[in-house]
Ligand binder design. Structure first.
Ligand SMILES: Nc1nc2c(c(=O)[nH]1)N[C@H]1C(S)=C(S)[C@@H](COP(=O)(O)OP(=O)(O)OC[C@H]3O[C@@H](n4cnc5c(=O)[nH]c(N)nc54)[C@H](O)[C@@H]3O)O[C@H]1N2
Ligand SMILES: Nc1nc2c(c(=O)[nH]1)N[C@H]1C(S)=C(S)[C@@H](COP(=O)(O)OP(=O)(O)OC[C@H]3O[C@@H](n4cnc5c(=O)[nH]c(N)nc54)[C@H](O)[C@@H]3O)O[C@H]1N2
Ligand code: SF4
Ligand SMILES: [Mo]
Length: 679
């Protein structure tokens, strides 16, 4: 009989599944779900069952040694070097850059390759000390929504405890697609609940299809829908006046906007029938109701305004501060009494460290006065960032020194001067804190790092040492950090006891969100109107906005998650690639007919940013004017060396200069029509 070790999946996923790894004589033979884990209940998602027993355990597919580039940037020609050579090459170059150009010209890009606490945060200690410019990680994902919620509630990271759903009569899922992005939560929580489930999404996702009611609005019209709902609440006497008077401020500014916007206008702008807007308003007001804000709907040009408008609903209906009520965007570390400033040693930054948006990365890379070096770790920028062709071009700059740390040889590592091999989550001890609930889990090392790969923290300890940095925070060991975090959290576990359990909850009973009805805003109330927002260039109250529909035959292109990939991770697993098949775009047959294209045909998606060849699929559940594809393929494994981000102009949303990737517009043309044009 083999040995079983419990650990946790550290991907950027709501589920945070418990994993049981089986070993025979110290060798991993199987990676599967932990039967005792409350979310995964013995099963991993299909992508992880394949990849964790496939490419993640295939030493031949991994980066196993530090590498130095030998050919042109992007070509992928490298030679192995020792860690000492790699570290000394990097530090001598960084030291020269710091003295000649300043540390700010070193750009630090990173995101959620691993979302484990140390693997995600510890390298920031090095960059904070260095004084590098951070490319704000959330600006490629969810920053607009964070800022919006902050204006209204003073926090975006204090979400509901999902266990409170046992007291809910209604669960409203707004712009999230758990059937894909949180498959176990969809099955074991959402479908399992007795509450009425309502979904707001332009796509008839499986979550929407399973729901009791699906409002299929046009992308970018969420604020108009939210104001339509507010109109019904007002008209039908469903506003909770006592709650509004006691716990909110600014209603006098909001009320005229609600009154001046009609439900019919909301229906016209969103494409949602009046009856459905009324039905949603009545079900939601008849709480207790939960509201789950996904990250999809704020990736729009006015995504911040949309989040702000939707986030008024809990306060206007008194769906706060009681069991079964509340909202959730993301649950932050504070719910576990964990301080991310400690994890990142934020105090090592001298207060002057620059932060820029991913939407501005290319502009910085094109300017040698603003960028001399680029670090990429926990991120595959070429696959996930906007404006892929221009990004590749920018990375070819001869005098830009690029260092990439990854587990696999990605498109981005192909552009590195030095590649550093990172160990996988199966090879490092760490902790994991779910962003959907209030749990805390152990990530347990089950095997030695493959080849010469190192955990992220070890890589940056070595770099700090070679740079001659003295601060003790840079050398705190993983186990010292784990012990400190567990103690601060007050969970009563040490790493050994937590590892034996896998996952624990911080309390036995569900936590009531905002139980004391005090909000961390300036006045302690829910800010229906926000002077802070106004002082930062936004309207005092959110607006009932809807984006203009695309014109001149263009279509709105959405590229959310696929069930087969997690961002761009797993895009190199052959079995997963076989499941994905060739890249497709799905549209309504009405749109296909108007363009004289048919199911299965090869088409070109194009706009002023780029073009991509894909196969057409017809799906009459997709609204007219909308096209659906998915994110995450590895460009270099595609026939045109490009994925969907080759079409992404990188427009900024209204808050935080954040991504508006779901605001892309494209023309769709049949391949033979294109060649006819060329001839
Ligand atoms: N078109 C389009 N583009 C999008 C989106 C979209 O919806 N549509 N979504 C956006 C969103 S929401 C996000 S969050 C971003 C995500 O974009 P990324 O952060 O680039 O995606 P990931 O796949 O999470 O992780 C990136 C890399 O981390 C590596 N990695 C894994 N574990 C480790 C580790 O322990 N150490 C190191 N050093 N590396 C590791 C993986 O191998 C992978 O190459 O993409 C964005 N891009
Ligand atoms: N399988 C899988 N799981 C993942 C990921 C993955 O790549 N694959 N990525 C992870 C990451 S990084 C993140 S950020 C989360 C995100 O997970 P979610 O919060 O679920 O967000 P998305 O899947 O990006 O988009 C959710 C939905 O938003 C819809 N949407 C797009 N535009 C609009 C709009 O204007 N209004 C409304 N109401 N809806 C709109 C899309 O149709 C989509 O169904 O998922 C995580 N989980
Ligand atoms: S990616 Fe998500 S669903 Fe899949 S095993 Fe990891 S945590 Fe679970
Ligand atoms: Mo994300």
């Amino acid at each position: 009989m083999g040995e079983t070790v419990l650990t946790t999946c550290p991907r950027d996923c709501y589920d945070a599944c418990g994993i049981a790894v089986t070993l025979e004589e110290g060798v991993i033979t199987n990676v599967r779900g932990d039967p005792e884990h409350p979310v995964s209940r013995g099963k991993l998602c299909k992508k992880c069952s394949i990849a964790y027993n496939g490419v993640w355990r295939d030493a031949g597919a991994r980066l196993t040694r530090p590498l130095r580039r030998t050919g042109p940037r992007g070509e992928g020609s490298f030679e192995p070097i020792t860690w000492d050579e790699a570290i000394s090459t990097i530090t001598s170059r960084l030291q020269a850059i710091v003295s000649q150009h300043g540390a700010r010209t070193i750009l630090n890009t990173h995101y959620t390759g691993t979302f484990a606490l140390i693997g995600f945060h510890f390298p920031m200690r090095f960059f904070n000390r260095l004084g590098a410019t951070e490319v704000n990680p959330d600006s490629i994902c969810n920053l607009a929504g964070h800022i919006a919620l902050d204006y209204v509630y003073g926090t975006s990271l204090d979400g509901f405890d999902p266990r409170t759903a046992k007291d809910s009569r209604c669960i409203l899922v707004w712009g999230a697609n758990p059937s894909t992005t949180a498959p176990h939560i969809e099955k074991n929580w959402l479908q399992d609940s007795n509450a009425r489930v309502i979904v707001v999404d332009p796509i008839r996702t499986q979550t929407a299809a399973n729901a009791d009611l699906h409002l299929q609005l046009f992308p970018g019209s969420d604020a108009a829908l939210a104001f339509g709902i507010m109109g019904v609440l007002e008209r039908d006497g469903l506003l909770d006046r006592t709650f509004i008077d006691t716990y909110t401020s600014g209603f006098e500014h909001l009320h005229p906007v609600i009154k001046s916007f009609t439900i019919e206008k909301s229906s016209e702008l969103t494409g949602v029938p009046v009856s459905q807007i009324e039905e949603l308003a009545h079900s939601y007001a008849d709480g207790p109701s939960l509201l789950w804000f996904g990250q999809g709907f704020q990736r729009q040009v006015r995504g911040g305004n949309a989040m702000r408008a939707c986030s008024l609903l809990p306060a206007l209906t008194g769906n706060l501060g009681k069991p079964g009520a509340g909202f959730m965007y993301l649950n932050g570390l504070g719910n576990r009494n964990i301080d991310d400033n400690y994890l990142m040693a934020s105090h090592l930054a001298d207060g002057d460290n620059l932060s820029i948006s991913h939407m501005d990365l290319i502009e910085y890379l094109q300017d040698s006065r603003r960028s001399q070096a680029l670090f990429c770790w926990n991120i595959n920028n070429i696959a996930s960032n906007p404006d892929q062709s221009r990004l590749k071009q920018a990375l070819r700059r001869e005098d830009l020194f690029t260092v990439v740390a990854d587990v696999f040889p990605t498109d981005t590592t192909d552009y590195a001067d030095i590649i550093l091999p990172a160990a996988s989550f199966l090879e490092c001890d760490d902790l994991f804190a779910s962003y959907f609930d209030h749990s805390l889990s152990a990530q347990v090392k089950v095997s030695e790092p493959t080849g010469q790969s190192l955990c992220n923290s070890d890589i940056f300890r070595r770099l700090a040492d070679a740079m001659g940095f003295q601060e003790p925070e840079l050398y705190e060991t993983d186990h010292e950090i784990i012990d400190h975090v567990l103690e601060q959290s007050g969970c009563g576990e040490n790493f050994e006891s937590l590892s034996a359990k896998g996952t624990i909850y911080m309390s036995d009973e569900p936590v009531v969100q905002f139980a004391n009805l005090q909000f961390p805003t300036a006045d302690g109330l829910v800010n229906l109107a926000s002077e802070k927002a106004e002082s930062e260039g936004h309207p005092l109250v959110p607006e009932p906005h809807a984006d203009a529909r695309p014109e001149h035959g263009l279509m709105r292109l959405l590229s959310p998650a696929t069930p087969w990939l997690i961002n761009d991770s797993f895009g190199n697993d052959p079995k997963i690639e076989a499941q994905l098949g060739e890249a497709t775009v799905s549209i309504n047959s009405v749109d296909a007919k108007a363009r004289n294209i048919s199911d299965g045909q090869i088409v070109i998606l194009q706009n002023s940013t780029g073009k991509l060849t894909v196969k057409l699929k017809l799906d009459d559940h997709i609204p007219i004017g909308v096209a659906l594809t998915h994110k995450g393929r590895w460009p270099k494994r595609q026939p045109e060396y490009a994925n969907i981000n080759v079409l992404n102009p990188g427009l900024k949303s209204d808050m935080g200069d954040s991504t508006s990737v779901h605001g892309i517009e494209v023309e769709i043309i049949a391949l033979d029509q294109v060649s006819a044009r060329i001839r």
